[in-house]
Design a protein. Structure first.
Length: 464
């Protein structure tokens, strides 16, 4: 997301840090680069001018000199950009027993509201919440089916009705059953514009449902128009926060983020792709840290929790501590990496990785998904004893031939699985790799991250 902005910001800070003299020519060059990058990312020109003036003033301040001045300007740039992106206000759920969280989603057509409801449902279900999705969009014919399909695919309960055309009645019909859930995510109808009919429908639903949060969903590609849309919804129905979608596919994301900050509407989450796990909490400091190439471990940890159930996390953690990952867990590791979008998608979150020149091959994710599917077939063709002691296969090639025939794969596919199993267990026992994705949910140490960055920064092709 906003890769070009991030690249220029990194070059700008490096240019300042490495300068022998911070003269007028250098300052002008830095400001020119910043100006171009921020305008291209669709940030408000008045905010950009204000930032440039502050940097120029700090650079020409004779009271600050030498290294202190460079540090001062870099910190000023960081602090001002963080301020422009807005204040960090996470979405907080009530945890008390008997208290129910009801979140109502609003937005115009094409914002990605229905898929965002499913993504957030999956996000919170993986964190131990009992989640229900409710489809109250009775105007768009495909909305109920879309929500139901997304819910079923990700094992989330959904309440939809393709026959009922009154959203209030639809809510009342399911109200009793919904008492069993602690988090209710409600998809409502959209329109091409915020017209009187839509406002009236939302107000009636708001009175009937009594939501604890009312979230506006907006696409990043509307840029600075986000400011106008946010204010209109705030004036009409009093939204409590925003989710910005499609942050992966537009340079206008900077405009959407800063526009929301101007209206004082907190951005709770951003979505960064089409997959169910492509959603993350928006924290301005962490977001800027990634743009500057400094990584964002907290968001990475949260993304890992999104692809691994809590029960599985505990099981893998126990096996990691004992230095004994099973073949099934090796496959889970590869599938988890695929769900995160592969290394190319998450490397900006790992300190030291975002600037590495080695590019992940474009077809790597597809090949890993196919490999994981093959490995699952291999496991089904193995005996219980072989799954428990895979070294038996290495000792007797006849076993490999038998399993390969049963799974319809080549012997090399089985050896690939055995190699991956040995590699991950060696990493676990040595502590060099933090035990794969399962143990990553417990957090990498800085030393381990530096080892990983150093290791992968040298290779041209990644192998799992």
């Amino acid at each position: 997301m906003l890769e070009k902005l991030g690249e220029i910001l990194r070059k700008t800070t490096d240019k300042i840090a490495n300068a022998i003299f911070l003269d007028k020519n250098l300052v002008d060059s830095v400001i020119s680069d910043l100006d171009k990058a921020l305008i291209e990312s669709d940030m408000n020109i008045f905010l950009v001018k204000e930032l440039k003036d502050k940097i120029r003033k700090a650079a020409l301040d004779e009271r600050i000199n030498g290294i202190e001045k460079k540090e001062h300007i870099i910190k000023l740039l960081h602090d001002e950009l963080t301020s422009i992106l807005g204040e960090y206000k996470p979405l907080k759920l009530a945890k008390e027993k008997g208290k129910q969280n009801r979140i109502m989603f609003l937005g115009l057509y094409g914002a990605g509201k229905t898929t965002t409801v499913a993504k957030l449902g999956n996000y919170y279900a993986k964190r131990g919440n009992k989640v229900a999705l409710v489809g109250l969009d009775v105007h768009r014919p495909a909305a109920p089916e879309q929500l139901k399909q997304l819910a079923d695919r990700n094992k989330i309960t959904a309440f939809v009705d393709t026959q009922e055309k009154n959203p209030v009645e639809l809510w009342k019909k399911n109200e009793e059953e919904l008492k069993d859930f602690n988090l209710i995510l409600i998809d409502t109808a959209g329109r091409h514009t915020l017209d009187k009919e839509l406002v009236e429908e939302i107000k009636v639903l708001n009175k009937t449902i009594g939501p604890t949060e009312t979230i506006l969903v907006m696409p990043a590609d509307i840029g600075q128009a986000a400011k106008k849309q946010t204010r209109e919804f705030m004036d009409a129905v009093s939204i409590s926060g925003v989710i910005i979608t499609r942050m992966d596919s537009t340079a206008k994301g900077g405009g959407a983020l800063t526009s929301c900050a101007e209206t004082k509407a907190p951005v709770y989450f951003i979505t960064t792709g089409e997959k169910i796990n492509d959603i993350e909490e928006f924290n301005p400091k962490s977001f800027l840290s990634r743009l500057l190439g400094m990584g964002d471990i907290e968001t990475l940890m949260e993304k890992i929790k999104s692809v691994t159930d809590e029960s599985k996390q505990e099981k893998i953690k126990k096996d990691v501590e004992e230095g004994n990952l099973s073949l099934e867990e090796v496959i889970e590791q590869v599938k988890s990496m695929n769900s995160l979008g592969g290394f190319e998608k998450i490397k900006s979150m790992i300190p030291g990785f975002s600037g590495m020149k080695a590019k992940i091959p474009e077809n790597l994710i597809e090949s890993q998904e196919a490999k994981a599917a093959k490995w699952e077939h291999i496991l089904k063709s193995m005996t219980k004893e072989e799954r428990k002691n895979p070294e038996l296969l290495e000792k007797q090639t006849s076993r490999i031939s038998r399993v390969a025939a049963g799974a319809g794969v080549h012997g090399s596919d089985i050896r690939s699985l055995l190699k991956q199993h040995k590699l991950l267990n060696d990493m676990v026992k040595s502590g060099a790799g933090a035990g794969g994705l399962g143990d990553m949910s417990q957090g990498f140490s800085q030393k381990q991250l530096q080892k990983l960055a150093k290791k992968f920064g040298k290779v041209k092709h990644m192998r799992f």
